[in-house]
Design a protein around this ligand. Sequence first.
Ligand code: PEP
Length: 253
Amino acid sequence: MLRRPVFAANWKMNYGPTDARAFAAAFAARWTPRADRTVIVFPPALSLSTLAHALGGRTDIAIGVQNIWTEAKGAFTGESSAAMAHDAGARYALVGHSERRHVFGETDAQTAKKCLAAARGGLVPILCVGELLEQREAGATEAVVLRQLRAGLAGLAELAPDVMSAMAIAYEPVWAIGTGRTATPSDASAVHAAIRTALVERVTDAANDIPILYGGSVNAGNAASLLAAENVDGLLVGGASLDAESWAAICDT
Ligand code: PEP
């Protein structure tokens, strides 16, 4: 199966509603819809609704939420559920982003629950996996990435394979995020191949529909070589997605 490349912009904690509206105007003016790719923007939760309204007529630009809580509703001060994010316009959810794991202490068990919560709430989970520098240096990259992958997938185990395959994986080496260092295309390719093999074992043939994105200091200058690497089906971009022109150039890769 030919997977359409996926271009996902993670704004992290940047752009409140006013800036999100300005970005939407600039990006929509610059970006011409292309049927051969999927473009997703992940604003902060507070800007979801504004961005959805500002992009109202642009069904070619999807919106996602950067994080959700594991439960549907209740006494979880400060959190948002998948259904709430969906109501605000999100169709995708990042799960287990490196900053969630390493700044906020999110565990594999929580990513499992969040994958399921996203799917149940009508969102496509994008499960982020990636090793720390010391884990890479210790030769543990594949072990760490596959442990995180299997844990996240375990959360979806009760779903039918075709429902389970409505997800994406993002391989983001932690040492490459926001550092200006990227994995080489061949290193990314090797890890993506291991992820693909594990997906096929777990999800069977439907796993071939699951895109595997690379993330970590992607910019308009290196996007093409990373996207050309075997098994790289898309890009998850932080810093370089904050400028509408640079983001459009990446989406045009
Ligand atoms: C990210 O936030 O997922 C990311 C990859 O950030 P950056 O592109 O800035 O490294």
